[in-house]
Design a protein around this ligand. Structure first.
Ligand SMILES: Cc1cc2nc3c(=O)[nH]c(=O)nc-3n(C[C@H](O)[C@H](O)[C@H](O)COP(=O)(O)OP(=O)(O)OC[C@H]3O[C@@H](n4cnc5c(N)ncnc54)[C@H](O)[C@@H]3O)c2cc1C
Length: 481
């Protein structure tokens, strides 16, 4: 039986006066639609917590006015972007039945594309594919997530993911945080702050020139905060000349040792001869590399390709004979396709144990999560199981197993089993044994990350949160510290 939820809210009239009647609702069907279930929904408690009221402000000032009202009644607030959360959303343990869900979709304008200073400023509800497309029309490239690019918003990915989001070229570009110049944030008190080296830190400077200028770097504290430190309403990023040359290749590296020797040498090369690199294999099969080279001229592309091929060749690599199966696997990693090719044969997919791992220990981690997979879900019908390792710059990798269950395992069965048997083991492995991290900065994932914070760091975070949010209304209790 669905739980009974109230159809009124003590702030309804006042919020309506701020945003207009068409942008606020207490209707149950609308509020329920704002909840999201992750893959682990069955074991993890189902869909997210139903908010008490949903509001869609159209300006930063409207966001601030709503936050001020919430402070008066001490009503919890949950900001929401595109809904691409991997965790249950809104988190079941955050706030109470009166939660105000602030949907940023009306903050959907790209405010400025400056080709002289090479920046873009966008409101936080702008969808990342829209941002990338508009910037590319000016001949520029902007780093956005690989996926779900048509769903994620600027504010949601900056808040909810490691380093503000992983672009497709993360192996060499790092996270979106590296391209972020400043943020406009409605603080939990309703005050508005502009960070970054620009109009916030020098009232005589209208442009965003340099993130760190004029103050300590306060932009970073809002990146990956899960929404706890305020509601982002605008972000400015640097943009870059569009690399027109795009070269894709697949190399058969043979043994795991060959692949790893080449992987380590490639990741240590400066400058990188690739923009994207992925090592993968199916059980008992050879290891392959998929690489992408982006360049501004064909000559630059050829030079990089020669360096990459030379290193792979030195370690036994051969151009792969790309049959239908290898292409299918390579395409499954192109998450924009979300593994369409595999789905007719499978029931559901997950990235088993995917985590940020110290580079030298990545293969050891892979062995451990394979053993965990065998132990916990190995008896279920599995259609495909592919180990992968992706460099994240030079010190770490994103490592995991791409797992497609077959038609003989229902989605619910997989979800229940993964939640009950595998999830705890995965978390213990990557955080405790390997000292790594999950990529998601949202819901229970963020609470898990916070559970291994050092006591002094916990205190530090509590102090900042208390100073910024004296009434504890912005995503209260998200870190569970
Ligand atoms: C299938 C799949 C594949 C994915 N692959 C990738 C990938 O390759 N690379 C990558 O980087 N990410 C990936 N993600 C993760 C995704 O980018 C993050 O979950 C991201 O945070 C979602 O953004 P959103 O706009 O949908 O935010 P939401 O899901 O709406 O919210 C995420 C979090 O941010 C908070 N929040 C939202 N908007 C704001 C705001 N304006 N101010 C403050 N807090 C806010 C929310 O409260 C929540 O805690 C993937 C997700 C899925 C479902």
């Amino acid at each position: 039986m669905p739980e009974a939820v109230p159809q009124t809210h003590e702030l309804y009239e006042e919020i309506r006066a701020v945003v207009g009647a068409e942008h606020v609702t207490v209707e149950e069907f609308a509020r329920r639609a704002y909840t999201r279930a992750p893959f682990y929904a069955v074991g993890g408690g189902g869909r997210g917590k139903i908010p008490g009221i949903v509001v869609r402000p159209g300006t930063t000032e409207e966001v601030a006015a709503v936050v001020k009202l919430a402070n008066r009644t001490k009503t919890p607030i949950v900001p929401k972007g595109g809904g691409g959360s991997v965790s249950t959303f809104p988190p079941l343990y955050v706030g109470d039945q009166s939660n105000i869900l602030v949907d940023t979709h009306r903050l959907n304008r790209i405010l400025d594309i400056d080709t002289t200073y090479m920046t873009v400023t966008a409101q936080s509800g702008v969808i990342l594919s829209q941002l990338a497309e508009e910037v590319s029309k000016h001949g520029f490239h902007t780093y956005t997530v690989d996926v779900p690019i048509h769903m994620d918003t600027v504010g949601g990915v900056l808040s909810g993911f490691l380093g503000g989001g992983e672009p497709s070229d993360m192996a060499t570009s790092g996270t979106m945080n590296n391209y972020l110049l400043g943020l406009k944030v409605v603080l939990p008190t309703g005050d508005i702050v502009q960070t970054g080296g620009g109009p916030g830190t020098n009232i005589h400077q209208p442009r965003f020139l340099h993130r760190e200028a004029g103050s300590s770097d306060m932009t970073g504290m809002f990146v990956g905060d899960g929404g706890s430190f305020g509601i982002k309403t605008e972000a400015t990023f640097s943009i870059h000349p569009y690399p027109k040359v795009f070269m894709l290749g697949i190399t058969d590296m043979g043994s795991r040792e060959n692949m790893w020797d080449a992987f380590r040498e490639l990741a240590a090369t400066d400058p990188y001869p690739y923009t994207r690199l992925l090592g993968f294999h199916q059980q008992d099969g050879p290891w392959y590399f998929v690489h992408v080279i982006r360049a501004h001229t064909p000559e630059e592309g050829e030079l990089k390709k020669n360096i990459l091929e030379k290193i792979c060749h030195k370690h036994g690599g051969q151009p792969a004979t790309v049959g239908r199966e290898i292409l299918q696997i390579a395409n499954m990693f192109s998450a924009r396709r979300l593994g369409q090719q595999a789905l007719p044969m499978g029931s559901t997919m997950t990235y088993f144990g995917e985590a940020l791992i110290p580079m030298p220990q990545s293969l050891e981690y892979l062995d451990d999560i394979n053993a965990l997979l065998d132990e916990t879900v190995g008896d279920l019908d599995i259609y495909k199981r592919i180990d992968f390792v992706v460099p994240y710059l030079r010190a770490t990798t994103i490592t995991g197993i791409l797992l497609y269950f077959g038609k003989g395992t229902t989605r619910d069965e997989a979800s229940q089993r993964l939640h009950e048997k595998a999830l705890g083991g995965m978390e213990r492995l990557f955080t405790e044994k390997y000292g790594g991290w999950t990529e998601t900065h949202q819901g229970t994932s963020l609470a898990h990350s916070a559970s291994v914070w050092a006591p002094s760091y916990k205190n530090f975070m509590r102090t900042i949160k208390k100073a910024l949010d004296p009434n504890d209304i912005m995503m209260p209790g998200l870190w569970r510290i």
